[in-house]
Ligand binder design. Structure first.
Ligand SMILES: *[C@@H]1O[C@H](CO)[C@@H](O)[C@H](O)[C@H]1NC(C)=O
Length: 155
């Protein structure tokens, strides 16, 4: 069994290189890159080549309806029939989709008085209408370990 701390610094750094310092757009909620990275870790181990698996695609494991709510973004030249899988399998388009989804559904899911990455993780996993529900332990643990690792890298 691979130890849970196996999320490698190399993984994080490679994702950091891909996403840059801060991905958020000018309008809407401001989400910092560490948040995107740790949601990605929780969703798939941030596997950028994970492809589609049943109803979910890409490193963020995004469904068609999430992609639609996130703005139905498409890559240049993508045919309409391929717009969803091609977008959410592309790291940049996937992040913009997550951003679009959060712009739409940002809320204080855990009732702690602030809207931050802990809430975005819940919205990502549980959806915009059910984010107060329980998170599965593995998902939450992976996220927490990622945040801790990045905090240590930052300092
Ligand atoms: C990423 O996902 C693909 C498809 O499921 C899999 O073949 C590959 O081993 C995964 N890579 C890692 C690093 O887990």
């Amino acid at each position: 069994m691979v130890p849970s701390s196996s999320m490698s610094i190399a993984t994080i750094l490679s994702v950091l290189l891909i996403y840059g310092q801060q991905v958020s757009e000018a309008q809407g909620v401001v989400i910092f890159d560490n948040c995107f990275r740790c949601i990605c870790e929780a969703a798939s181990g941030c596997n950028l080549t994970s492809g589609c698996d049943g109803p979910v695609c890409g490193p963020y494991r995004i469904t068609w309806s999430y992609w639609a709510d996130g703005g139905k973004l498409k890559l240049d030249g993508s045919p309409d029939s391929e717009a969803y899988p091609q977008c959410v399998n592309n790291p940049h388009c996937a992040v913009r989709t997550v951003q679009g989804y959060m712009d739409k559904f940002a809320q204080d899911c855990n009732g702690d008085g602030v809207i931050n990455c802990d809430d975005y993780l819940r919205i990502h996993r549980l959806g915009g209408y059910g984010c107060t529900g329980p998170l599965d332990a593995k998902y939450e643990d992976t996220f927490k370990r990622c945040k801790e690792t990045l905090r240590n890298l930052d300092s």
